[in-house]
Design a protein around this ligand. Structure first.
Ligand SMILES: CCCCCCCC/C=C\CCCCCCCC(=O)OC[C@H](COP(=O)(O)O[C@@H]1[C@H](O)[C@H](OP(=O)(O)O)[C@@H](O)[C@H](O)[C@H]1O)OC(=O)CCCCCCC/C=C\CCCCCCCC
Ligand SMILES: Nc1ccn([C@@H]2O[C@H](COP(=O)(O)O)[C@@H](O)[C@H]2O)c(=O)n1
Ligand SMILES: [Mg+2]
Ligand SMILES: [Mg+2]
Length: 219
């Protein structure tokens, strides 16, 4: 939903910044790499220590690079297969660091095995959700479904909750409960999305196989 409705808005807002970077000689690949490094640092330095507010601030400063890199490539007319591969692959790395950071907190000082497991489930299911689309497309299917919770939703739900939960350290009472709630929502939403995508791939692959068999029989 966010990919559909919010992308146009962010494209308008970020286009001047992307043009500025291009004028300064920065490449889209450099933005992809630097953005991922920033997200990883924010997630792995701050989240395992329970510093959710500062971790979210650092991650938010870098995560929008994922919208800037493609914007730069399109403006400069240099969109490439390599760029698409690098972008998607490093998305997986960044997501691993974010949910891994939550899991490390709950495995350590956060001391909650159930939430540690939920965070690991969010990490794994998010990766599998993205894989279903990539693998389906690689075998020639359209995978014409996005599903309930795509990457943008996973990030917005968990980061808004983490940022607000982090305000607990500044004296806001009770607010830390938002992070467990968000992780449960992302876990359940990702499971539903996974089922939606698998069902779609199953239907599309049966249709494609049937069409191939009938054209073989006809010839
Ligand atoms: C006192 C307040 C303290 C709290 C501070 C909190 C502040 C802010 C908190 C959060 C901000 C989070 C922003 C997150 C933005 C995410 C942007 C982003 O990276 O989106 C990426 C997404 C997908 O891009 P790609 O096409 O490159 O990726 C593809 C995708 O990954 C596919 O995976 P799949 O979806 O299938 O699982 C892969 O299959 C594919 O390979 C891959 O290429 O981009 C978009 O979707 C575009 C839309 C982005 C919309 C972002 C909306 C942000 C909206 C609001 C944030 C601000 C909220 C502020 C709240 C403040 C609370 C008090
Ligand atoms: N280093 C890069 C990054 C991205 N691209 C191209 O942009 C597409 C992704 O667009 P986003 O708005 O989601 O970032 C990607 O598929 C590539 O075509 C690129 O060329 N180089
Ligand atoms: Mg990108
Ligand atoms: Mg991306």
């Amino acid at each position: 939903m966010l990919n559909k409705y919010a992308r146009a808005f962010f494209t308008r807002v970020l286009t001047p910044f992307a043009a500025f970077l291009l004028r300064r000689g920065v490449s889209p690949d450099a933005v992809t790499l630097l953005g991922t490094a920033g997200v990883m640092a924010g997630a792995l330095v701050f989240f395992p220590r329970g510093e959710f507010f500062w971790g979210t601030i650092v991650i938010t400063s870098f995560v929008f690079s994922d919208l800037v890199d493609g914007n730069m490539a399109r403006q400069a007319g240099i969109s490439s297969r390599w760029g698409a591969f690098l972008d998607s692959t490093l998305d997986r790395v960044a997501d691993g660091a974010i949910f891994g950071g939550f899991a490390l907190w709950y495995a350590g000082k956060g001391d909650d095995n159930v939430l540690c497991a939920v965070a690991i489930f969010c990490l794994a299911s998010g990766q599998v959700v993205s894989y279903t689309k990539a693998r389906g497309e690689s075998i020639g299917l359209p995978v014409a479904v996005n599903g309930l919770i795509e990457r943008a939703e996973r990030l917005v739900i968990s980061l808004v909750a983490a940022g607000l939960a982090g305000l607990h350290k500044f004296g806001v009472p009770g607010i830390q409960v938002l992070l467990p709630i968000a992780l449960w929502i992302v876990a359940v939403g990702s499971l539903i999305t996974l089922v939606q995508r698998v069902v779609t791939v199953r239907r599309e692959s049966e249709e494609a196989d049937a069409a191939a068999r009938s054209s073989e029989a006809a010839s």
